[in-house]
Ligand binder design. Structure first.
Ligand SMILES: NC(=O)C1=CN([C@@H]2O[C@H](COP(=O)(O)OP(=O)(O)OC[C@H]3O[C@@H](n4cnc5c(N)ncnc54)[C@H](OP(=O)(O)O)[C@@H]3O)[C@@H](O)[C@H]2O)C=CC1
Ligand SMILES: O=C(O)C1=N[C@H](C(=O)O)C[C@H](O)C1
Length: 242
């Protein structure tokens, strides 16, 4: 059986993964949390999953590369510098990084891409997300993933068109921007809505996470799929055959 090492094993996601890992046909190689040494686990595991914190990404990637162990990165709040580190690691090992491992959001990303490609830039795109009160990063990794899908479909990059929140006298909306709004409260697992607002009509595509097990199952599926793969950067849509 494939042994999966968990970076962030005592967190909400780490615990959710441990609960369902056996159902998906994997076993736990071990776990590392704040203050732990990521290297021994990278050596013991067939594949790693990281649901920890952006500050830990660099040492986790270094341990994975040194051991030649593939890694699924679910941690969000990543910067362009983190993405460059992931690209470099993917030259040496198999890596799958995604802001959302669920089947529903992976399909939503495809639908958003399709809608953005077919609708003209006179259809404004706004992304609204809500998460539990403990979440530390905003916009969510999923919101960014959805925004990137829409931006790419329109032949641009998200960094060119992204507007995070609005407050005060910000002026009228400019065409082609993609706006993000983040709500935090209670125990919300993760809600995302992509609004295409046209003249006189609106299309809304969305997803509501009802239980963290949707992310855990996707993460374990991704890990089992990634184990033994050649170096490269892989996508959830490939794992799920979408
Ligand atoms: N891609 C996806 O589908 C999903 C992604 N996420 C993302 O996963 C991440 C974790 O979420 P969640 O489980 O809710 O968060 P938690 O805060 O519950 O857990 C984070 C875990 O990471 C550990 N940690 C902190 N620092 C380090 C470190 N330096 N090395 C190793 N472990 C460390 C913490 O350990 P300690 O307790 O000792 O501090 C804790 O166990 C977030 O970025 C979140 O947005 C969440 C859900 C789905
Ligand atoms: O922190 C969370 O909980 C979640 N984080 C991911 C994100 O940032 O999109 C995925 C999911 O929405 C839950």
């Amino acid at each position: 059986m494939t042994a999966i090492g968990i970076y962030g094993s005592n967190g909400r996601m780490g615990r959710a993964i441990a609960t369902i890992i056996g159902d998906e046909g994997g076993t736990i190689a071990g776990g590392v949390d704040a203050g732990g040494d990521p290297a021994p686990l990278a050596g013991d595991a067939d594949v790693l999953v990281d649901f920890s914190t952006p500050a830990a990404l660099e040492p986790h990637l270094a341990a994975a590369v040194a051991a030649g162990t593939p890694i699924v990165i679910g941690t969000t709040g990543l910067s362009a510098t983190h993405q460059a580190l992931i690209d470099a690691a993917a030259q040496r090992i198999a890596v799958l990084q995604t802001g959302n491992t669920s089947l529903g959001v992976t399909l939503l990303g495809i639908l958003v891409r399709e809608a953005a490609a077919r609708l003209g830039s006179d259809w404004d795109i706004e992304i609204v997300e809500m998460h539990h009160r403990h979440k530390v990063d905003a916009p969510s990794g999923t919101a960014i993933l959805l925004g990137e899908a829409a931006a790419q479909a329109r032949g641009t990059s998200l960094s060119e068109v992204r507007v995070d929140g609005r407050a005060g006298l910000v002026g009228a909306r400019t065409e082609e921007t993609i706006g993000f709004s983040s709500l935090r409260g209670g125990s919300v697992v993760g809600d995302h809505q992509v609004i295409f607002a046209g003249e006189g009509e609106r299309i809304e595509l969305g997803h509501r996470g009802e239980d963290r097990s949707i992310f855990a199952r996707g993460a374990v599926k991704a890990a089992l799929w990634l184990a033994g793969r050649a170096p490269g950067r892989y996508q959830m849509a490939e794992v799920l055959g979408l």
